[in-house]
Design a binder for this molecule. Sequence first.
Ligand code: ADP
Ligand code: ASP
Ligand code: MG
Length: 458
Amino acid sequence: MKFGGTSVEDAAAIRNLTDIVKKEIPRKPVVVVSACAGITNQLLNAAQLASQGKKEEALQVVIAIEGRHKKIARDLFDGDTERFINKHITSQAEELSALVNGVVVLGELTPRSLDAFAAYGERFSSFIIHHYFESQKIKSFWVDARSFMKTDEQYTKAAVNFDATEQLLKEIVQLKIDNGYVVMTQGFIGSTHSGITSTIGRGGSDYSAAIIGALLNAEDIQIWTDVDGILSADPTVVKNAKKIKVMSFSEASELAYFGARVLHPETILPAVKKNIPVRVLNSKNPNATGTLIVSTPKTDKRCIVKSIAYKEGITLVSIVSTRMFLATGFLENVFDVFHKYQTVVHTVATSEVSVTATIDNVKNLSHIVHELQEFATVTITDKKAMVCIVGDNLRNSPGLAVKMLGPIADININMISQGASEINLSFVIDEEQVDDVVLRLHKELFSNADQFPEIFSN
Ligand code: ADP
Ligand code: ASP
Ligand code: MG
């Protein structure tokens, strides 16, 4: 059971979470929590301020973080328990202030230090919730995820070592589950083999929960968030988006990969390996059924599209060969350059002598362009967005592109690609047109959603 930031944001949310967990105690849950909403951003902000030498401002942020958690403790506890929790929060805040001072003195902020800051949020929230569980007579065991979630040293987006993590989970966590404890731990954070704190990427608590669930062979992986499930589009853009009752692992992963924030892009992978169903549920509406994600859901072949996702901040890199490489040689050379600068290419459209690639990480773009220019002409276009239509039945739907893109025939499309999985159709447009395009597509493509009551609900 993973609870996101808004599901742990204050005392009311924590009480609510506790009721949800209580009902699942017979199923022996492991509870994975995020930092309280906004805290991770504040921690990273404190780190940035410190690196700019703005010590007082950074310390003010630490005080705000301390105050926020103490307020939650005041609302949930009293007497000795409140004093004990407050003492803990104070000592954690002192450590954070010491980190601020360290960064101010050094005047530099490494990814490793950023992770040291970021990893406090989940520890604060899980500590408070664990003690609240105890106060509610839940037999709870708090475990620091850094003791089992083993990662490499790519700080801020570390890769998890599944073998080491599985071994440690069995030793540390399984034992407690077997002894009747509800295990309470943190998403997002881990540690390297030498024990240095790491994190697995923003929004990574979903992924942590899926890893823990898969490695412990859970019956299901529950992602508790602040919407009724996975919706047919981002509800902040499409107010009347439909809830998807059931969808496939592949549909969910394409959606996550193409920008639907509701799930971290890697969440589905561990579940797929063990074929464990994933449920996306609303902690503010716990009786709603949510979205069930399974490997092969029963589907109605007439329902082509499940959801529309989008990703802003996309840059298009168009590369035209200036020399006559063999086709293989050209592509190899192009991708070598992206690989060398660790820049992920999302989609590509190619011909024998030209490639258009989309990227969202432009940190090394100038180096990339420089190297590509040794054998190609390169054009960069930024402020683009990728819109992606997802559905298992997009596969083998003839005449699809015309049908899908008809409603936006007047929009200039820079690039279209149908992924190898054939269950997504994605295209690149100007960033400023995203809302309009998503709204228009949604209106058109979901006008018949009521015909599929087993797939969508309002
Ligand atoms: P949490 O803190 O619980 O992990 P997130 O903010 O990361 O929550 O993700 C939930 C949010 O994702 C929703 O509030 C919603 O605004 C956004 N979202 C974007 N696309 C979708 C979608 N297709 N379905 C549901 N939610 C979406
Ligand atoms: N707290 C982390 C973040 O804000 C991880 C998460 O919430 O999933 O990115
Ligand atoms: Mg999230």
